[in-house]
Design a protein around this ligand. Sequence first.
Ligand code: GLU
Length: 428
Amino acid sequence: MVTKPFNSFEMAQAQFDRVAGILDLDQPTRDLLRFPLREYHFTIPIRMDDGTARVFRGFRVQHNDARGPCKGGVRFHPQETADTVRALAMWMTWKCAVVDIPLGGGKGGVVCDPHNLSLREQEQICRGWVRQIAQDVGPMRDIPAPDIMTSGQHMVWMLDEFETIRGGRYPGFITGKPVTLGGSLGRAEATGFGVVITVREALKELGLRAADTTASVQGFGNVAQNAVKLYQQIGGTVVCVSCWDQADQTSYAFRKKDGVNLGALLGITDRFGGIDIQKARDLGYEVLPGEAWLEQEVDILMPNAIEHQITADNVGKISPRVRLIAEGANGPTTPEADAAIRERGVFLIPDFLANAGGVTCSYFEQVQSNANYYWEKDEVLGKLDLKMTSAYIAVSELARKRKLLMRDAAYVIGVSRVAQACRDRRWV
Ligand code: GLU
């Protein structure tokens, strides 16, 4: 039997349709919000280090900007598709709305694998991406940021190209910049910390003390590393993390039942979040097949890697002990798996609420960059905690009041704010 490949955009649209039904949205609003406002598809020709020419495919999707300029990262991924970027752009719209920051949703991508590209080649791709889109993005229109396999260094190359084309300094054009070049303190930690702030609030609701809980984390990139850091700081024990192994083209899980040591693991991790298997074994970690992260007997699961990870095929392997799932990644749970999780009564913090800390801090970065006045780290993290906690409480109160799942409640808040902005502008 040929199974249809999983399509994130269809999933995002189905999630939207469900909430459009709950909100009884009119047809024009549905037609407007089911699709991006604008999208750009382009090619990026570059010169490789060996002198040959190669052409990469790039995208920018601007889903909605009724509440403010579009905002969202640029991913470098070999399996990137227009539909993945469309879905991620739509989720950014709801994400900015649910934390109530004055920004819309966008996302970008390049089909490439930075594992196989030199830094110079990656720089050419960043600059080429900006050259193709420079007239349609900017601090008042659409503000890119890092995402999967892009970092502060990539943001600097993009900023430099944009400023060269536009002639001037526009530090508010992009976020996730290094702190030495207009970035915000706390931005690197923000997404992972935000995930754990929502976990902390959910644990209160479930009547659990963080110190009595254990967690298993999928991924070991920026989001996962910082989620582990804050979760350990609030007293939790992480028994398992996982990562993609580029050499073997598969993923592995790294388990230590009495708790992983973050510092030691970071010492044997590459810049893509890949953990050295042999060195991990030497440090006493059990190295298991990647999917083992999902099968651990823990209280909390944090899928902090990429979309489409908890599926109909593996959802049954989740231990009956699991009480809470916090989606640090965008779209990690397929609708079938979501239904199974719902039936089992596991409390789930949906992606665009759980991982909104990154864009919230990006908003703070933009405010600081535009004002050219930078805050202390404690101030940034304090404001982040306030925004994430208020968003969490608003969603959980609505969920209780209207007897909704957390995902639906987050959607109701996010989508109704965006729909209202569209009505206020008389778009619909
Ligand atoms: N890429 C992150 C996300 O998916 C952050 C986006 C941003 O900071 O604009 O939320």
